[in-house]
Ligand binder design. Sequence first.
Ligand SMILES: [Cu+2]
Length: 343
Amino acid sequence: MLRAFLCVGAAFLFALFVFPASTFAHVIGAPEPWGFDLQKAYSPVKEVFHDFHNFLLIIITLITLFVLGLLVYVIVRYNARANPKPASFTHNVKLEIIWTLVPVLILVVILVPSLKILFYSDKTTEADLTIKAVGHQWYWSYEYPDHGGFTFDSRPIWDGPATTAEDAAKLIAESSPHWLIPTQQPLRLLEVDHRIVVPVHANIRVLTTADDVIHSWAMPALGVKKDAVPGRMNETWMRIEQEGVYYGQCSEICGTGHGYMPIVVEAVSKEKFSDWVSSKQKQAGIAPPATQPAAEPAPQTRAKGAVDGAAASAAEPAVGAATTPTQPAADHNTEATPEEKAE
Ligand SMILES: [Cu+2]
């Protein structure tokens, strides 16, 4: 019995430390088998979340240990055998003031950084580009309003529990040509046919809305989770510092297909992003800009932990955005363009 227990324990530890790192080395923002703790941070907001989480962990650990110590002390010192004649007093004004004030002070200590982070993650004042995510039952569609407003649907490859591995393999074979960063082993229930593409080192304004019920656009590794509410436009932002593929999911129960509306973001270099935008504009019949502005490095003021970072950049054109006024998309709905259909 003990041996079986030890074997299971050893297997668990092995899986914990060896399996995740080796299996999904090509994917950087995704859940891992046997993973625990928060996902690794790949955006400044998520880094601040980590710091705040660690700070709270210290406070909560101290409180738990203190309460545990009190309990043990009371159990040992004041049990019926050790203390046969209990005291009869009922009030202690000094103690009552202390146990009211100390928790209030602890809450204030938590409140201050908490509010700071709330405002920091709320919106970016100097966005390099904007993407709009629209939730549907049960898939996402995306719009790039700074780049002529082309749109596309992003549908899950595993479209419910009935999807077989063979079906998924077929869909992956069809979809992978659309992916800029190929993944050798697409993650079950987390892969989509058309991924969102964004540039690295850019402040990305994310607008969310929905056309049926409330959904939520959530990317754990990027510290983003914003409800997508019908008839309302919510805003948040992200900045990705490392190229790679990031996975998220709808995080607001939205119906039977809720578990099957993943989100996949590809963060690529600004040059690759511009090329991708041009190809999407071509598909959507949007006139390409006369000149493509050189992709300037975005200001670094929003980098790592810069909660109080002062606003920096001057009005900079959106990354890869058209310099000439762009025509609106020929067809603003999310139907596939003829070129897409032909594929
Ligand atoms: Cu949902």
